[in-house]
Design a protein around this ligand. Sequence first.
Ligand code: FAD
Length: 503
Amino acid sequence: MNQHSIKKIVIVGGGTAGWMTAAALAKKFLPINMDIVLVESEAIGTVGVGESTIPHIRGFNEYLGIDESFFIAETKATFKLGIAFKHWGQLGNDYIHPFGPLGHDINGVEFHHYWLRMQQEGSKYPLDNYSMAAMAARAGKFQHPSTDSMSLLSNYNYAFHFDAALYAKYLRRYAEAINVKRIEGIVAATNLNSDNGFIESIRLDSGITLGGDLFIDCTGFKGILIDKVLNAKFEDWSHWLRCDKAIAVPCALSEEKLTPYTQATAQQAGWQWRIPLQHRTGNGHVYASDYLSDDEAAAILLKNLDGEPLAEPKFFTFKAGQRKQNWEKNCVAIGLSGGFLEPLESTSIYLIQVGIQKLLDFFPDKNFAKANSAEFNRQLDEEYVRIRDFIIMHYKENAREDSPFWMDCKNMSVPDALAQRQKLFKSTGYVDHQQYGVYAAVCIGQGLIPDVYDFKINAFSHHKIAAYLEKIHGNINAAVASMPFAQDYINRILANTNQGKPL
Ligand SMILES: Cc1cc2nc3c(=O)[nH]c(=O)nc-3n(C[C@H](O)[C@H](O)[C@H](O)COP(=O)(O)OP(=O)(O)OC[C@H]3O[C@@H](n4cnc5c(N)ncnc54)[C@H](O)[C@@H]3O)c2cc1C
């Protein structure tokens, strides 16, 4: 440590963002004697949702050294192989965004071109048929991917559904065990340096004053430091992402076996999620209040539960967008205080992870070099925009004519880069490699079918490609048949987990 090293970090907020940040920073820095304090208020509480993740969460848990079986037991987690989109693109549509590849690329040409050619030549098989993750998800099957890269059973990825409150509690225990200090209280005032406007200390309602070198704002939508004190500008994206409200309600598990995927069902002015956990199912309806009243939205949600509601519905109001500067002076916003993109692709917790990772990459000293925070902001912005455009695409690419909401989404103008990417995909089937591996699956699932396939595959006969696709599908079917049901697999893990094992 040199004289300019950061010695005290104050994290304000103890939701998923606060405790993920505390755990990750403590893991990295506490061996070198840094003070990390987290302030949270039980009276204010947390947003209490955020239960569906993408595979990157596993990397975060691994970084912390958390045993997966123990995590599953503690957070009532289940496995997730993708997201099933129903009625998106068109009423009656049903496709999966799978965690894992589609078929295999041959001779450098992506699989979807082979599928496309077969469609043009009369085949009717959905793209899902060629994805291990999608087929296993539909069959309700799960096992850990094989470590043998030659096996089809290695050809998928997975994430978790978990209880958000239990995850935050779990991380709190983890962080406190490695010396993060938690203080209960409400931030009542902030003291700024009169020369540079940096935060010097916060004062709690109890009268305690906490000084620090670096402040992390994890106060959720309130953004009490980054917004209320430092006035970091918020960029509003709600003209593209029109849903601005949500209702969430847990319900009892249905009789059915566990489904290892998140269900996202499009409704008349938004969509409904279904997230199965071990002990309950999380449900929510994300909707646009310009098109649907709260009462109508609640009625749709409650009508479509597959078990008894277990609590009163909880309402949320939000605005899609992000702060231009998630890092402003000596304050970094992580979590909802920095921005929000609706949960359609389960990316908020992932964005928390990205924020933490980039903070570690660009960890400052007390000089707070401007170029350092500028690069952090640039990289985080890039990630937000990439996800924003991916989500907008789900709304834009639709052929629904049954409701004003969907027709307005279809007719809206979208960011230029997205418009260009979509035109390129439609006219050539080309997927920009900066995009997600599953981009083609989601575009095609939404109904955006390329006009042409890559002419290079004309070297193969129809018969040869048809036989090849049939073989892939047959092999996937056989592999899925050999897998256990996700429910049985979880039960086995829980039975084998020593729940008394220390962290
Ligand atoms: C409807 C909905 C569904 C979602 N679904 C998903 C999903 O499926 N997957 C996903 O990845 N994400 C999802 N998210 C996002 C996810 O919930 C959040 O990213 C995550 O919970 C992190 O929230 P947070 O910690 O930033 O904020 P919060 O949970 O709101 O925590 C804020 C903390 O700050 C504290 N605080 C606030 N003000 C003060 C003050 N003055 N003094 C002291 N403490 C204070 C509070 O007490 C609390 O501890 C969803 C969000 C919404 C709204």
